[in-house]
Design a protein around this ligand. Structure first.
Ligand code: F0G
Length: 458
């Protein structure tokens, strides 16, 4: 008999989670203004709000926490992390930051000015926020296939070269300080970018004299997809694939809270000394001195170990395998999800799920609230609330995709938890025809409103 799959780790520490009643949850979510970000975590049974900073560290990472060197300048842990980054990504320069958006803030301070254009595949919301905050614009050049959740394409994170070249032709070089490839592309569904596409985008950027930067939050998961889906890479190691991916870019911003399996941290990796020197000034101003930049020594030490563990093939196979497990369960219940299944999350297509709910009622948010009420499961809306208003017209922007994201923390839940989540959604799917009214906004922030927005039933 062929042996069944089993995780390449065992569990040493557990944390209790508590089930609640539907009555309690209805009360709690109302008090939270129907915004799941506003719920205290004790009111959540299974938390799939994000895979960011929520992973379980290993025994070796916890050992690194004890080994961390807290020296203000020249910390051992800084040098350890620098060695791992150089070795893994092949980037000679690096700046530690407290998380991914801080890396964006520092690097963009050095690069972006008013009226600039920053093309890429779909930018993550903090990335777009940091671009628009500087009165510049983010242009989405993702391939059209990404916006059809039913079409199968192995690399839905890819950039459409024609769309990108149009931007390069339309605007002068000095207005385009950088192009960003987000690997994997969170906004379009945790979808990977192929090596071929990275290489071609890189060549196009070189032709027009434009810097190419990775938003590298989930670079290891992207490498796993290249290995398992792209011809010619099946026999390459994750390490070799990662090195090759980074060989095509000038640098990267990294939220270490994802693929590096730490609870906090980020960094900027760069190839060019001049840009490093320029960014260093902002790093000292916004984050901290060059050898800690917003991170404790112990956190840098755990991050160095996390980068090694996060790029291990067996680990990635189990991690992405669990995401796929949940996706397949949902498909068995005929629930519409984005396909192929993404690397860090399953994205439920709320437009296809919510048959009788108008878009103005926030379809994905309504589904997220229903799922919470059904079983205490917290997902997150990746749709109209997240898309914010147009900065000029102040009208709601209706994105092509209206998704409920179920992001799976790394090494945290078992497949029994996944079965529970799938059953909750199946129950809602059965009564989807009755869901005819959703929510309206009563209070919102001018930018990144989804974190604090307050809603009311229509
Ligand atoms: N880039 C991508 C692709 C991200 O997914 C995130 C965060 C960031 C940048 C910002 O990093 O949170 O460390 O400041 N994504 C989280 C999520 C919040 O839930 O997807 P950060």
């Amino acid at each position: 008999m062929e042996l069944p799959y089993a995780e390449p780790y065992k569990i040493k520490v557990v944390e209790s989670i508590r089930k609640s009643t539907r009555r309690e949850r209805e009360d709690w979510i109302k008090k939270a203004g129907y915004n799941l970000f506003r719920l205290p975590s004790e009111q959540v049974f299974i938390d799939l709000l994000t895979d960011s900073g929520t992973g379980a560290m290993s025994d070796n990472q916890w050992a690194e926490i004890m080994r961390g060197d807290e020296s203000y300048a020249g910390s051992k842990s800084y040098f350890k992390l620098h060695e791992v980054i150089k070795d893994l990504l092949g980037m000679p320069y690096f700046l530690p930051t407290h998380q991914g958006r801080a890396a964006e803030n520092v690097l963009f301070s050095a690069l972006i000015k008013k009226d600039d254009i920053v093309p890429g595949n779909s930018h993550f919301d903090t990335t777009k926020g940091h671009i628009e905050f500087r009165n510049a614009s983010a242009f989405d050049c993702t391939i059209d296939e990404a916006f059809d959740t039913t079409g199968i394409h192995p690399f839905k994170g890819n950039i459409d070269l024609q769309k990108l070249e149009e931007v390069f032709k339309k605007y002068p070089e000095e207005k385009i300080p950088l192009c960003i490839i987000t690997v994997t592309c969170n906004t379009s569904g945790g979808q990977p970018v192929s090596m071929k596409n990275i290489k071609e985008v890189s060549a196009l950027c070189k032709k027009y004299g434009i810097k190419l930067i990775f938003d590298a939050a989930r670079f290891a998961e992207n490498a796993y997809f290249i290995k398992t889906r792209e011809k010619g890479y099946e026999n390459k190691s994750i390490g070799e694939i990662v090195k090759q991916m980074f060989s095509y870019v000038d640098g990267a911003t990294m939220s270490s809270k994802k693929d590096a399996i730490v609870n906090i941290g980020g960094f900027i990796a760069l190839r060019d000394e001049e840009l490093f020197n320029k960014a260093s000034v902002y790093n000292i101003m916004f984050e901290g001195y060059l050898t800690y930049g917003g991170m404790a020594g112990r956190d840098m030490a755990a991050l160095a170990e996390g980068l090694i563990e996060g790029t291990d093939f067996q680990y990635l196979e189990s991690r992405i395998g669990q995401v796929e497990y949940l996706g397949k369960k949902l498909k068995e219940f005929n629930i519409p999800i984005q396909e192929p299944i993404g690397g860090h999350a399953v994205f439920v297509d709320a437009k296809r799920f919510m048959l009788n709910l108008p878009r103005e009622h926030f379809q994905a948010q309504t589904l997220a609230v229903e799922l919470y009420k059904e079983g205490g499961v917290r997902g997150v809306e990746i749709g109209t609330l997240l898309a914010d208003r147009d900065p000029i017209t102040r009208k709601n922007r209706y994105p092509d995709l209206e998704l409920l994201r179920l992001a799976i923390p790394r090494r945290v839940y078992t497949n029994n938890h996944m079965d529970y989540v799938a059953t909750c959604l199946a129950n809602i799917y059965e009564r989807r025809g009755e869901l005819k009214t959703g929510y309206k906004i009563v209070k919102e922030a001018p930018i990144m409103r989804h974190f604090t927005v307050e809603l009311e039933k229509v």
